[in-house]
Design a protein around this ligand. Sequence first.
Ligand SMILES: *Cc1c(COP(=O)(O)O)cnc(C)c1O
Length: 497
Amino acid sequence: MDYVSTRDKSRKVSAAYAIANGIAPDGGLYCPTAFPALTAEDWHAMANLDYKGRAARVLGKFLTDFSGEELAGYAAKAYADDKFGGGNTAPVVPLADGKHLLELWHGPTCAFKDMALQILPHLLTASLRKTGETRTACILVATSGDTGKAALDGFHDVEGTKIMVYYPVDGVSPMQKLQMVTQEGANVEVVAIRGNFDDAQSAVKRIFTDEQTRAQLDRDGMMLSSANSINWGRLAPQIAYYISAYCDMVGSGAVKMGEKINICVPTGNFGNILAAYIAKRMGLPVGKLICASNRNNVLTDFFKKGGSYDKNRDFYTTTSPSMDILISSNLERLLFFASDYDDKLVAGLMDKLAKEGSYQVAAEVFAKIDADFDAGCCDDAQAAETIRALWENERYLCDPHTAVAVRVYEDYRARTGDKTPTVIASTASPFKFCRSVIEAMGGTLEKDDVTQLDMLTGLTGVPAPAPLAALAGKAPRFDRVVDKADILSTVSLLKDL
Ligand SMILES: *Cc1c(COP(=O)(O)O)cnc(C)c1O
């Protein structure tokens, strides 16, 4: 399988090269040049495999320069039972009215990012080896909260790597911040940025494309790589859990083999829902992919307004901070796929986005996108209502991001009458967002510290995940805050890690 940049498909690279480098030199994102098909044999085999086995099988279709044994070994380590919900890695929980919640937060940092970031360090270090890279890989991460901690947990003390995480100073939940600033490990650094997630993401992209910075790092024996979903190594592992969910639903009798499902995903950077799209292109029987946004509804507008993307709008801080994004990076990959790999078209649109903050997709390309996707958004009050209703009616406790998806799915079902069984990605443990969840249930909170966990347990009887409870008493290690304009200066910190 070859990989090419969304902005220049003339140069083909291997999966290992794409993963080691993270982003293409032209600023584009690496994409596979074909969608490998899921065969009858695959389905048959996966029916009897656990999550580790299914993940290795799906990854093997894309990462053809890795052996089956290598991938099986990484999956066994990444999704080890003691790290991932005692073997219940990505369970599907059936609820009323066609809802099937795919819980992706049983990993060590309690958000779906673990599904990819526990295996990425294995993929990345192997990719460095395979490409003959001898420099230290410096992973730069822009985070709206969950990626940062999941990447820190995955990469801390991994030989041959250093990791630096940038988060918006007022843009993450207290629990997310506590998780990051208490991170242990000798090769980690955490920096708060005055700005929002888009500022952090743009700044990191700026570091990646700054020739002088790259040259200096090279002289110091370092290279840059990425653990954001711009890296193919982040995206590929996410495809597996949609396929695994379908296997489980067939196994439980929720659907018959071949019967269609819908998939609804709370969306920020468009990585998670793009993974579902890729699964569909591989042959997973999917009707609609439903893109759910919070009040930052730039994607809802894109889908509803015929492919017109416009980030020139107010940015809101919401109770679902991991979706507070106006530049959804992975939409670039969707445009590449939907336009049949038209790199010139994508390069043109991304240039317009950079210069004007907006672009319009051609009608024939948008028609293809429109056939696969539906979209909707809701505000914080509606998400809170959904958290309360889901608890009161079904005794299911969900976090604010998942609540956005549940709400958008309910709206979709009422609007269209489509009763297709629907997988809703449940992306974080409610205990990561205690304040919002407690307030949604009518409680009040005085302190933003780990005592929130006990309060939510007191209200619901649901125990807090062990990794969050373990934060009690941990001392913060990082308190650096920088202006977004000064971000390039932080690169020098890497040398001393
Ligand atoms: C990252 C994240 C999202 C958004 O996922 P994207 O892949 O960026 O679209 C949604 N919910 C939670 C809890 C997240 O951490």
